[in-house]
Design a binder for this molecule. Structure first.
Ligand SMILES: [Zn+2]
Length: 394
């Protein structure tokens, strides 16, 4: 099963945490063994693991904020500094693409060609698997692609080339619009490859109030939404305050999604979507990506006290099922894992070792009586349809 993951802070991990994403997850863990800080030595994402997990496409963020809070590696004192940091993230994706490690996906034409290649690869693999049933020896086709398990196995250490998948595609997204120095600069970012903007993050931003505030869009924020619509940039409502969420729904007429967002009914916190918000998103034909951060999956999470042992990949499936029950179909729920988004294995579901284990979400959805087509919708088809709709031409 192919996967599209709508939220990974790849460039931020590479540039701000100095992780070489071409290395295996296990090499990176060993390198960070003596570093202190949440998530250090606990990473779950690298390019070989994305390919092993059949992540055909992901939305890779650029991430920088402007404020006085001074959180290391994310907060900058001025728009020019945040601009430079975020443009550095864009440059990292371009560098990876130039060396063939990823593919930048910026148009309908590129998207269709990229997915066709992945689907052809998956079909070849399925045909090979059927060869097992017809009695072919198991060593007649490539290894290094066995189903993932919680305990790392030797195939985790195989080099990416032996997976024989196409490279993972990346759609460049922006988490927090602070690095956009002024609204009309959106066009420059579009030309650099940016296709998705979530204007807010935590706290009050330059354009809008984010998670944990009751602040809406300011005048520049409204201009930003207009500039996004003119450029054809998708709006990501994740991290908006409730006030800003409802303003965005009436101010913005372009395509909308929620990249990494769970259900407030199951994990009560303003960070998550209320049922009313989910219904409004469904009416706009939006898609909601389920996040794998443990504190966003269960009620009453207490940082430093709660343990991820009570959260599994099946818990993520409960949030997906909740969205599907509200929608009455499987067309609006998807994946936006946020893995390695400032945390590691310690704050991810207990039965997840690396991002390749996101494949096991398919089994968890089977427990909720999802049919094969419904599972495919959640794993990748819904994001694919949304992008195709947003990028009708070009
Ligand atoms: Zn986030």
């Amino acid at each position: 099963m192919l996967i599209i993951d709508a939220h990974l802070d790849l460039a931020w991990n590479a540039m701000q945490w100095s992780r070489d994403l071409l290395q295996s997850v296990y090499t990176l863990r060993a390198r960070e063994g003596r570093m202190s800080g949440d998530g250090r030595g606990q990473n779950t994402v690298s390019l070989p693991e994305l390919r092993r997990g059949h992540v055909a496409l992901c939305f890779g963020t650029v991430l920088a904020r402007v404020n006085e809070r001074g959180v290391p590696d994310i907060d900058y004192a001025s728009p020019a500094q945040a601009y430079a940091a975020a443009r550095g993230h864009v440059a990292y994706y371009h560098a990876l693409a130039q060396q063939g490690s990823i593919r930048l996906i910026t148009s309908r034409t590129l998207l269709d060609a990229h997915l066709a290649e992945w689907e052809a690869w998956a079909k070849t693999k399925d045909d090979a698997a059927q060869g097992v049933a017809s009695g072919r020896r198991k060593d007649e086709w490539s290894t290094g692609d066995s189903p993932s398990s919680f305990i790392p196995h030797p195939s985790s250490f195989v080099s990416p080339s032996s997976f024989q998948t196409p490279p993972t595609g990346v759609v460049i997204s922006m988490e927090c619009a602070d690095p956009i120095m002024f609204p009309d600069q959106v066009a420059e970012w579009y030309d650099a490859g940016l296709r998705l903007i979530g204007p807010g993050h935590y706290g009050r931003g330059r354009y809008v109030g984010g998670t944990g505030t009751d602040v809406g869009f300011n005048e520049a924020g409204i201009q930003l939404l207009n500039a996004m619509e003119r450029s054809g940039i998708i709006l990501d409502v994740t991290h908006l305050s409730d006030e800003a969420f409802w303003e965005a729904m009436s101010l913005y007429d372009g395509p909308i999604l929620a990249s990494h967002h769970n259900c407030r009914a199951l994990a009560p916190h303003q960070r998550q979507l209320s049922d009313e918000q989910i219904r409004a998103l469904i009416q706009r034909d939006a898609v909601i990506g389920a996040a794998f951060d443990v504190w966003m999956l269960i009620p009453d999470w207490s940082f430093g006290k709660s343990s991820n042992k009570q959260v599994t990949i099946a818990t993520v499936a409960e949030h997906i099922d909740h969205v599907c029950q509200i929608a009455g179909d499987s067309l609006h729920a998807a994946i936006g894992s946020d893995l390695d988004g400032g945390f590691g294995r310690e704050s991810a579901p207990f039965d997840l070792d690396t991002i390749a284990d996101v494949q096991r979400l398919a089994e968890a959805l089977t427990e909720h009586n999802f049919a094969d087509d419904d599972i495919a919708n959640v794993m990748y088809q819904n994001w694919l349809r949304l992008l195709r709709r947003a990028w009708r031409e070009g």
